[in-house]
Design a protein around this ligand. Structure first.
Ligand code: NAD
Length: 328
């Protein structure tokens, strides 16, 4: 299949590109290269040679990019909740306006469209798991704008009969994740012997999915999903943030004295959980387990790939980190 991957230079998008190329797809990536997008993430892929540097809100570039493809998968997003609290503007532009531009172009081109979304659109749940029919109750500017994008996608199926689908994932971990997120931040700080910031009491519960598993779930939805449907893809392993941090400490041979509890994130959701029965019925099943190799292999990747993270950690990221956590 010839597929256009928007936001393919990011964490999950680049994992998706590798998996689809290995399966025989011809992939073109369109990416704005925000602070989180990096061409290096596409090292070794054919898509690196077909790269289009543009934002999804650029209608001409998007229309051009869709001329010779059979499907589009949209990963392009601002993805950090903390940044959405401090500066929501780009979240509104990319998720609302950008998604609309993509939908219009895909409708005009008559191609299949998969929107990559998040469990955060459902809000927090104390017990049990969200299904695809659970109401949307987003709590941050990040999740609210992602929910808005999902509704727009849905409207294009209902109104225009477009072949549009949505795949919502839980918290991802794995190689190529920008180090502002909990797991790479904790790994890199631990490797440097820096403090490990933990929000609030650290008892927020997340449903961890390996990025390669989420990427395969999105591929399953692209290949076999029914137009107009939503598919949840949750990780098999649930745990509290503090246990993630403790496990990283163990895997890096550090000391729990590095843990530093910091003021909780505003409006921090307590627990996310997704039921993945619907996408499993399409034949998907997760291959990675968080506590049985998944996290360990991720730590090993960051230990090995200093060349990948060192330029990030010493650049703009440092400024962000100091603003966010007030420390060096
Ligand atoms: P990321 O921040 O690593 O990558 C986002 C990519 O999108 C970057 O390459 C960036 O340059 C690009 N981008 C941003 N704005 C753009 C624009 N206007 N036009 C074109 N490109 C743009 O994010 P990620 O973690 O890989 O997330 C990818 C998708 O998966 C997002 O839609 C996110 O909401 C969703 N998701 C992420 C997680 C997670 O835990 N990371 C969980 C569930 C769903």
């Amino acid at each position: 299949m010839k597929v256009l991957v928007c936001g393919g230079a990011g964490f999950i998008g680049s994992n998706f590109v590798r998996i689809r190329e290995a399966a025989g797809d011809e992939v073109t990536v369109l990416d704005k290269l925000t602070y989180a997008g990096r061409r290096e993430n596409l090292e070794g892929t054919d898509a690196a040679g077909r790269f289009i540097h543009a934002g999804i809100e650029d209608a001409d570039a998007v229309r051009d990019a869709m001329k010779d493809v059979e499907a589009v998968v949209n990963f392009a997003a601002e993805t950090h909740v903390d940044r959405s609290i401090a500066e929501p503007d780009a979240f509104v532009t990319t998720h609302s306006y950008g998604t609309w531009v993509l939908l219009e172009a895909a409708r005009e081109a008559g191609i299949r469209y998969v929107q990559v979304s998040t469990d955060e659109v459902y809000g927090s749940i104390e017990e049990g798991s969200f299904t695809e029919t659970s109401p949307l109750a987003p709590s941050s500017p990040y999740s609210a704008t992602k929910a808005g994008a999902d509704l727009l996608v849905w409207s294009y199926f209902h109104t225009y009969g477009m072949e549009a689908l949505i795949c919502r994932g839980s918290n991802n971990y794995g190689p190529y994740q920008y180090p502002e997120k909990l797991i790479p931040l904790t790994i890199l700080n631990a490797l440097h012997g820096d403090k490990l910031p933990v929000y609030g009491d650290g008892k927020q519960v997340r449903n961890w999915i390996h990025a390669q598993d989420f990427a395969r779930a999105i591929g399953t939805v692209l290949d076999h999903g029914v137009a107009g449907e939503v598919y949840n893809a949750g990780g098999p392993d649930e745990c509290e943030n503090i246990d993630v941090v403790r496990k990283v400490i163990e895997l890096t041979g550090k000391d729990e004295g590095l843990i530093e509890y910091v003021t909780d994130r505003l409006g921090h959701d307590r627990r996310y959980s997704l039921s993945s029965d619907k996408v499993r019925a399409l034949g998907w099943t997760p291959r990675h387990h968080f506590f049985e190799g998944g996290l360990e292999n991720t730590v090993a990747w960051y230990v090995e790939r200093k060349d990948w993270w060192e330029p990030i950690r010493s650049g703009d990221y440092r400024e962000y980190y100091e603003r966010q956590y007030g420390t060096k």
